[in-house]
Design a protein around this ligand. Structure first.
Ligand SMILES: Cc1ncc(COP(=O)(O)O)c(C=O)c1O
Length: 474
């Protein structure tokens, strides 16, 4: 039977794409991807489109009849790609410069093919058990102890929200039945990622109960101020319950003194969560592992392989020493999700708000196996070395100044003099469309952020980008 409109040659009006058509289209797509990866610098990293342009180029209604695959793929190439900022470009230095990789891309297509949902062990044992295995491998790579239970979230924001939820449950088990009462206080630093405060907002903690502790000259949380804030809150009858420290802050990659903060948390019986979304990867490289000192004493820890482990977004690895507290907070098993009890059959839904779970572990497994520890360590180390070299060059150019220490692979700098000059420089680099730099504000001053983390970025890319920055500064 043929599809009546004649627009498409479906074998049956009720069937999926025919296997042979899939094979042909699949080969075309793989060829396109391989070409893209072979020459990642071919396209401008930034688009020149204006807001609304893509919307205006696309039909306002979805098609009534199916369209040929070739038309869809052509529009992807001619309309969608030109409207994109190319995150996988070697000159992407904004935010945290994340990149995917060949094995990660291939694994994503297998994940979609199997399309499994790991709500409970029985809904697909492979989803659960590969997640256990890969997170255990990653835990060993970053140097966390065996006592940490691992699970995957989509983002660090959601992982941190779960940590705060567990912290509150540890402090007050009655929240589950009676709801939260005001007056429970969370502490983080002035440089913590906004996801910490958002997690607190989502859980109804209230902004006036989120303390942002002041910093030392290297933008790290000051433990003495943390201690004072806790004491003041206790004296005021409030209930401190959680501290979130950061290894690798977003603005400057500052590393909070986690061991000293852990001392305070242990003395005060507070949950300590460490946000290592980006900086947690420092644990991979022996000479930088010291940045994670004290993390082994945290109650929970998050690191995002989609930031610096060449795994396609989204994959955030969450670890906790107290999974039973999360379970106490969240386990709820309706009859349609009941399954036989077996201590080896982990049901991840018991530990998270989300029920459905993509097979994300597969892409991390592909990436870790394909590259292996040695090569991953080499790439991450190289990124840090390139950042240090760029920092040396910036410091040697009398027009520029470094705006913060460079512990990892992010360089913060600016032009000496008024912010206006730095703003103009950033605008010129943007207009050139050969590199994508970031910005932040430190001590009230505009600062350029250049983050290195893309697997394709080489010294030559940095030479060219530094030359571009120097030209734009003239
Ligand atoms: C230190 C830090 N924590 C958390 C996040 C949030 O990550 P996600 O987008 O996975 O929620 C970021 C994002 O850049 C970050 O830099």
């Amino acid at each position: 039977m043929r599809y009546p409109s004649g627009a498409m040659d479906f074998e049956s009006p009720l069937a999926d794409m025919p296997a042979e058509e899939f094979r042909k289209a699949g080969h075309e797509i793989v060829d396109w991807i391989a070409d893209y990866l072979a020459e990642p610098r071919k396209r401008p990293i930034m688009t020149s489109i204006v807001p609304g342009q893509l919307v205006d180029q696309l039909p306002a209604q979805a098609p009534e009849q199916g369209e040929p695959f070739a038309d869809i793929f052509r529009d992807f190439q001619e309309l969608i790609v030109p409207a994109s900022t190319l995150w996988n470009h070697p000159h992407f230095f904004n935010f945290f410069s994340v990149s995917t990789s060949g094995p990660g891309i291939l694994a994503e297509s297998l994940i979609a093919t199997l399309n499994m949902n790991g709500m409970i062990w029985k809904s697909s044992p492979a989803v659960t058990e590969l997640e256990q295995v890969t997170l255990s491998w990653l835990r060993q790579w970053v140097g966390l102890p065996d006592s940490f239970f691992g699970m995957i979230h989509d983002t660090a924001s959601l992982a941190t929200m779960h940590a705060i939820l567990a912290a509150r449950t540890m402090a007050d088990g009655g929240v589950r039945t009676d709801g939260a009462s005001p007056g429970m206080v969370l502490y983080t630093s002035e440089q913590a990622h906004s996801s910490v405060e958002k997690g607190a907002l989502a859980l109804g903690i209230g902004q006036k109960f989120v303390r942002k502790i002041g910093l030392d000259s290297a933008y790290r949380m000051r433990p003495d101020l943390l201690r004072e804030a806790i004491a003041a809150d206790k004296a005021a009858g409030l209930r401190p319950f959680c501290v979130v420290a950061t290894v690798g802050t977003t603005a400057t990659t500052a590393v909070d003194p986690v061991a000293e903060i852990a001392d305070i948390c242990e003395a005060e019986n507070l949950w300590l969560h460490v946000d290592g979304a980006y900086g947690g990867h420092a644990g991979l490289v022996p000479e930088y592992r010291h940045y994670l000192a004290g993390c082994e004493r945290a109650h929970s820890f998050v690191v995002n392989p989609h930031k610096w482990l060449f795994t396609p977004i989204d994959l955030s690895a969450f670890y906790t020493r107290r999974p039973e507290v999360l379970r106490q907070a969240l386990s709820l098993v309706p009859s349609y999700l009941q399954s036989a009890e077996n201590p080896r059959a982990v049901n991840y839904m018991d530990y998270s708000v989300a029920l459905g779970r993509r097979f994300r572990a597969l892409k991390l497994w592909f990436v870790m196996r394909y590259f292996g520890h040695e090569r991953i360590v080499g790439i991450v180390r190289h990124h840090i070395e390139m950042a240090q070299e760029l920092a040396r060059r910036i410091a040697a150019d009398e027009r520029f100044e470094l705006a913060a220490p460079v512990p990892l692979s992010l360089v913060c700098f600016r032009l000496k003099g008024p912010d206006e000059a730095t703003r103009r420089l950033l605008d010129r680099v943007d207009a050139d469309r050969h590199a994508f730099l970031g910005q932040t504000v430190l001590d009230g001053r505009l600062v350029i952020r250049l983050a290195i983390g893309n697997i394709h970025t080489t010294e030559q890319d940095l030479d060219e980008t530094w030359a571009l920055i120097q030209r734009c500064a003239e």
